[in-house]
Design a protein around this ligand. Structure first.
Ligand SMILES: *Cc1c(COP(=O)(O)O)cnc(C)c1O
Length: 401
C-alpha cells in the first residue's frame, strides 16, 4: 500500500499524515439546538429544565431512584464519600489501577486510601485480595472494623469499573454487608455498561459518573451521583448547593460546595444521552475489530467477562514479549499521528499518595508497563482503525528487523 511509504516519509519529516485522537467528544446539531434553547429562554445557569430532565433520564437509565448532577466526576466522588459517611481518618479500599480521581476524593474528606491490586483477567479490583485484607488484616472492635496496621476504621469500598468493564460487584456487596462498609462505585468510564444484565451503579449505596470530554457521554465537563437512598440524595443536593437552609435569609447549615451542573451543560448531556447506545455500540465495535485484526499479533486483546457488558471506553491490548513498554510504543505511534496511551501509573506508586497502604499481587505494575490503549472515539472510521492496526504491525516488524 502506498500509504506505507508516505507515512514513513511523513514520520521522518515530522508531519504525520493522520491525526487520530484517543477519545474525543462527538457533538453535532442536536447539542447545538438544545444550547440555543437555553440561550433563548435565558436558563443558562444551575437552575433549568435541562438539569431536571438530565437527572431524571440518568436515574431512569440506571434504574435508580435519584441522580444528582454535579460539576465533575471528581466532585461526584467527593460528594458521594461525604454523603456515605466516610469520616476523617477513616480508610477506604480502592482500586490501585485507575485514574487518580477516586483516591484524591478519599483524601478530600480526610480519609486514607488502601490500594487493592487488579485481578489479571479483566483488570478490575481484586475481590480475593480485598477479602483477604478485610479478613486477615482487620479486627472487629466495638462494632467497627479496624485496620490492625494503622489503628484506623475501615468505612467503605470504592471499586472502579476500569475502562468501562464492570468490576465484580456481587462479592463486593457481600463483603460490604458482612463488615458494615459503604459501597461506592466509580462508574465514570462505565455509563452504558451492564453487570449480570443490569445497569452498573444499581448495586452500590451510591455510584458516580463523569461527563468529562473524553468519557462515554460528555457535557463538556460534569458528573452525577446515582442512588436509591432518599436521604443520601437530599444530602447530596444540599451540600452541592452550598448547604443553604434558607434561600432568602442566606442561612447555611454546614460547609457546602458549589458543585452543581449548569443548564447549558445539562442540555448538552440530554442530547448526548439520545446517542448513548450508539456511542457504546461504536466503542464495542472498535474493540471487536482490534480483537480480530490483531488476533495473530503478539498481544493479548482485552476481553469481557461472561457476566459483563462493557462499554470498552478505551480499547486496550496487553503487549506480550515485545521487550518494550506501552509508553515507548505510544511515543513511536505518535510520530505516525496515532494517539495511544498506557493505562495509569498505579496509585500505590503515585507521589500524590506516598505512604498509603497497598495490598499487591504485581498485576497492576505489570499492566501499567504492558497495556496500550488504542483510539476509541465513536466517530473513528473503519479506515482509520485499519491504519492503526497497520502501523502497529509495522512497529513489530521494525523491532524484529
Ligand atoms: C474521568 C474519571 C474520573 C473523574 O472525572 P472528572 O469528570 O474528570 O472529574 C473519576 N474516575 C475515573 C475512573 C475516571 O475515569
Amino acid at each position: 500500500m502506498s500509504t506505507t511509504y508516505e507515512s514513513v516519509g511523513n514520520a521522518l519529516h515530522g508531519a504525520p499524515k493522520e491525526n487520530i485522537p484517543l477519545s474525543i467528544p462527538c457533538v453535532g446539531p442536536e447539542e447545538e439546538a438544545l444550547l440555543r434553547d437555553c440561550v433563548a429562554t435565558n436558563f443558562i445557569s444551575t437552575v433549568g429544565p435541562y438539569v431536571d430532565a438530565f437527572e431524571r433520564r440518568l436515574a431512569d437509565y440506571a434504574g435508580v431512584s435519584h441522580a444528582v448532577a454535579v460539576a465533575s466526576g471528581t466532585a461526584a466522588l467527593h460528594t458521594a464519600l461525604l454523603c456515605a459517611g466516610v469520616k476523617p481518618n477513616d480508610e477506604v479500599l480502592v482500586s490501585t489501577l485507575t485514574f487518580i480521581a477516586p483516591a484524591n476524593a478519599i483524601r478530600y474528606v480526610g480519609a486514607h486510601p488502601v490500594f487493592i491490586d487488579a485481578e489479571p483477567r479483566y483488570w478490575q479490583m481484586d475481590v480475593e485480595l480485598s477479602a483477604a485484607f478485610l479478613n486477615v488484616c482487620c479486627d472487629w472492635r466495638g462494632g467497627e472494623l479496624i485496620n490492625r496496621a494503622t489503628g484506623r476504621r475501615v468505612s467503605a469500598i470504592l471499586p472502579v469499573h476500569v475502562l468501562g468493564h464492570p468490576a465484580d460487584i456481587a462479592p463486593l456487596v457481600e463483603l460490604a454487608q458482612k463488615y458494615n462498609l459503604r459501597l461506592i462505585e466509580d462508574a465514570a468510564e462505565a455509563l452504558g455498561a451492564k453487570y449480570r444484565g443490569e445497569s452498573v451503579g444499581k448495586a452500590a449505596d451510591v455510584a458516580c459518573l463523569s461527563f468529562n470530554g473524553n468519557k462515554i457521554v460528555t457535557t463538556g465537563g460534569g458528573g452525577a451521583i446515582l442512588t436509591n437512598n432518599d436521604v443520601l440524595a437530599d444530602q447530596a443536593r444540599y451540600i452541592t448547593t452550598q448547604a443553604k437552609d434558607d434561600s432568602l435569609a442566606y442561612v447555611h447549615g454546614s460547609v457546602g460546595y458549589n458543585y452543581r451542573l449548569t443548564n447549558l451543560q445539562a442540555a448538552v448531556g440530554c442530547a448526548q444521552l439520545d446517542k448513548l447506545e450508539q456511542f457504546v455500540a461504536s466503542r464495542r465495535a472498535h474493540a471487536e475489530y482490534y480483537c480480530q485484526a490483531l488476533s495473530d499479533w503478539p498481544c493479548t486483546v482485552w476481553r469481557e467477562s461472561p457476566n459483563a457488558f462493557a462499554t470498552h471506553w478505551l480499547s486496550a491490548i496487553e503487549l506480550s514479549g515485545r521487550g518494550e513498554t506501552a509508553l515507548d510504543l505510544a511515543h513511536r505511534l505518535k510520530t505516525r499521528g496515532i494517539e495511544t496511551r498506557p493505562l495509569w501509573q498505579p496509585l500505590h506508586r503515585s507521589p500524590a499518595h506516598r505512604g498509603a497502604q497497598a495490598v499487591l499481587s504485581g498485576v497492576a505494575d505489570r499492566l501499567a508497563d504492558s497495556v496500550l490503549c488504542l483510539p476509541s472515539s465513536p466517530q473513528l472510521t473503519a479506515e482509520k482503525r485499519a491504519y492503526v492496526v497497520q502501523e502497529l504491525r509495522r512497529e513489530t516488524l521494525a523491532r524484529a528487523a
